[in-house]
Design a protein around this ligand. Structure first.
Ligand SMILES: C[S@@+](CC[C@H](N)C(=O)[O-])C[C@H]1O[C@@H](n2cnc3c(N)ncnc32)[C@H](O)[C@@H]1O
Length: 233
């Protein structure tokens, strides 16, 4: 049976594939691509076989392949609609020979233990029922010593918090509603989802508990995004 988190994520992303890249950039004030580049810079160029989970339209997978020409990238996502947009984008980028996208769930990855040199994931943990079990599953497919890195939205602190609240309570739902019904859903969903996730989960603690060592976090763009990275113990 599907969990509430899985059903929510499937319904939320099903209509977004074709417009995801354009509006994700717009609604994050153009910060999204910069955050992804920083995420990818955490992965050493010696990692030649990399898995990108919740790959969506393959933005991170493409960046991973572009930065190291000898690298192959596998991308996994549970949404066939997002993957369809991702496959078209990979073809347009001429990277079909080095990036393979397939349907799958982060909670039970279709890969052997230690199969990858490194693993990335973006905007995933808010959509799973059990973040710790999912982190353990992600770590399972990375070889000991391999880097794991993630990107997530964060809640800015201090004087920036009220501005962020205004944006996610008013600006984002309004902007989403102007774009399409699908984006209206996202506009209303994101603020509460980001707020409640960070209220109940400490990312660094979660990562350590999942068996990841040398954990670092860098908050970006006044705390609107966070990149966490570490090494599979
Ligand atoms: C906000 S999008 C991010 C896509 C991409 N990583 C990016 O940076 O643009 C979140 C993605 O996570 C996927 N997703 C959510 N829950 C998942 C799960 N349990 N397993 C695999 N993919 C999942 C969704 O289908 C969606 O494509």
């Amino acid at each position: 049976m599907r969990s509430v988190a899985e059903a929510t994520a499937r319904e939320l992303f099903a209509p977004l594939g074709p417009t995801y890249d354009r509006y994700a950039r717009l609604l994050s004030f153009g910060q999204d691509p910069r955050w992804r580049r920083f995420l990818v810079s955490r992965v050493p160029s010696s990692a030649l076989k990399v898995l990108d989970v919740a790959t969506g339209t393959a933005a991170v997978a493409i960046e991973l392949a572009r930065t190291v020409p000898e690298r192959t990238v596998a991308g996994v996502d549970q949404s066939p609609e997002m993957l369809a947009a991702g496959r078209a984008r990979v073809e347009r980028a001429g990277l079909g020979g080095r990036i393979e996208l397939r349907e799958g769930r982060a909670e039970s990855l279709p890969f052997a233990d230690g199969e990858f040199d490194a693993l990335t994931f973006t905007y995933l943990l808010r959509y799973v029922d059990d973040p710790l079990a999912t982190m353990r599953e992600l770590a399972r497919v990375v070889r000991p010593g391999g880097v794991i890195a993630m990107l997530e939205f964060d809640v800015p602190r201090g004087v920036w918090r009220p501005l962020w609240e205004l944006y996610v309570r008013v600006g984002l739902p309004l902007a989403g509603a102007i774009v399409s019904p699908g984006w209206r859903e996202v506009g209303g969903f994101l603020g509460p989802s980001i707020r409640s996730f960070h209220a109940r989960v400490s990312l660094e603690d979660l990562w350590r508990e999942a068996g990841i060592a040398d954990v670092h976090a860098r908050r970006l763009s006044l705390g609107g995004g966070v990149v966490v990275w570490g090494v599979r113990a």
